[in-house]
Design a protein around this ligand. Structure first.
Ligand code: DNO
Length: 356
């Protein structure tokens, strides 16, 4: 595995490349052109400039998170072919710049969803949290307002104002879209992009829906073992793979995370590793990465990745806000650095003890 950290780019991230470079074991960043819109073609010159900037700091681009998929593709609208052509051009430009991993998601309208961005824990740290009863009382619009108020002025990934401007229209458009339709539209998209992925060896890594169940009546499909295996087999190409995000699949306690990892051997191209603390299935928060601080056995998760021979980028995920740091919620430096150190420690111990 390669230890990485997510970096949103100069001007968008409070964390610098110089800081990331000093986190032990981190050799790469997972980044993006944060100001592009879904459906845009990413110009090769801009990708090249980003790459140079990262390399000048002594790091490499280990992958892109995300190249977002235009809603017309998810909806299967007639206009999708143009947006898919644009996506292919972006992949081509990434391939030419020697970038071989793309994380994306296929969640309708919303990306990941939390109901609190700064829940205070007993130790004074602040974390993101989710309560189903809070979602049940909100409309998508009030949800969006809440997310923007609490975000420390940062633009949250997946909650861009442009996306939210069309929220009513989007809900109307998804009214008659079933989970099976969404699978069909994903299949159509993947089949079209696989040739360019094969040409440039670009691994596509779909991010799970978070939380892993339908919200606001929208279909959500990348939620459990059955569905993710269906996705892999419906376009049975190794370039059609998965971002294994423990914190997203883990929102549903029925998901057996180590078992899911083992069943995805060869198809996990990217791993997001984090813990959650559950108060009930309907109320959870993003704890520190340490097993003892949350509900998951992080050793078993990392061990499963090790056992399947996972060799892609891994990154600590949403960190707590600690030591007075103010950042985009979940994406400060300190707690993610602790997470990276912890995952590195688990990995080293597993590796050494399995060599014996
Ligand atoms: C949240 C992230 C997601 C993820 C996208 C991938 O913090 O894990 O926004 O990047 O779903 O496209």
């Amino acid at each position: 595995m390669e230890m990485t950290m997510r970096w949103f780019g100069t001007g968008f991230d409070t964390v610098t490349l110089e800081q990331i470079r000093q986190v032990p074991g981190v050799t790469g960043v997972i980044t993006t052109l944060y100001d592009t819109m879904p459906g845009d073609v990413w110009p090769q010159e801009r990708i090249h400039a980003l790459k140079k900037e990262v390399e000048a700091a002594g790091l490499r681009i280990a992958g892109i998170e995300s190249v977002n998929v235009h809603e017309d593709i998810k909806l299967g609208r007639d206009t999708r072919d143009q947006y898919i052509a644009n996506y292919i051009e972006t992949l081509e430009n990434l391939g030419k710049e020697d970038i071989h991993l793309v994380c994306y998601n296929f969640m309708p309208v919303f990306d990941w969803t939390r109901t609190e961005l700064a829940r205070v824990r007993p130790d004074g740290s602040k974390v993101m949290a989710y309560r189903q009863d809070a979602v049940d009382q909100l409309t998508p619009e009030t949800m969006f307002d809440r997310m923007s108020v609490d975000s420390n002025g940062a633009l949250l990934p997946g909650w861009e104002p442009e996306r939210m401007a069309h929220i009513k229209e989007m809900f109307e458009a998804y009214k008659d879209v079933s989970a099976d339709d969404l699978f069909d539209n994903l299949k159509y998209f993947l089949e079209k992009i696989m040739p360019v992925c094969n040409k440039y060896d670009i691994k596509m890594a779909i991010h799970p829906d978070d939380p892993a169940w339908p919200i606001f009546g929208l279909p959500r499909i990348i939620i459990n073992k059955e569905n993710i295996l269906r996705m892999c087999s419906m376009v049975d190409d190794p370039h059609n793979g998965v971002t294994f995000c423990s914190g997203s699949y883990g929102t549903n306690l029925k998901n057996d995370l180590p078992d899911m990892i083992r069943s995805l051997k060869g198809r996990i191209h990217f791993a997001h590793v984090r813990n959650l603390q559950f108060h009930s299935q309907e109320d959870f928060e993003e704890s520190a990465h340490l097993s003892a601080d949350g509900s998951f056995d992080m050793y078993e998760i990392v061990k499963a990745l090790y056992d399947i021979g996972f060799d892609g980028p891994i990154r600590p995920d949403h960190g707590r806000a600690i030591w007075g740091e103010v950042s985009m919620p979940g994406y400060g430096l300190y707690d993610r650095a602790l997470g990276a150190a912890y995952i590195n420690g688990l990995w080293e111990a597993i590796e050494k003890s399995s060599r014996k």
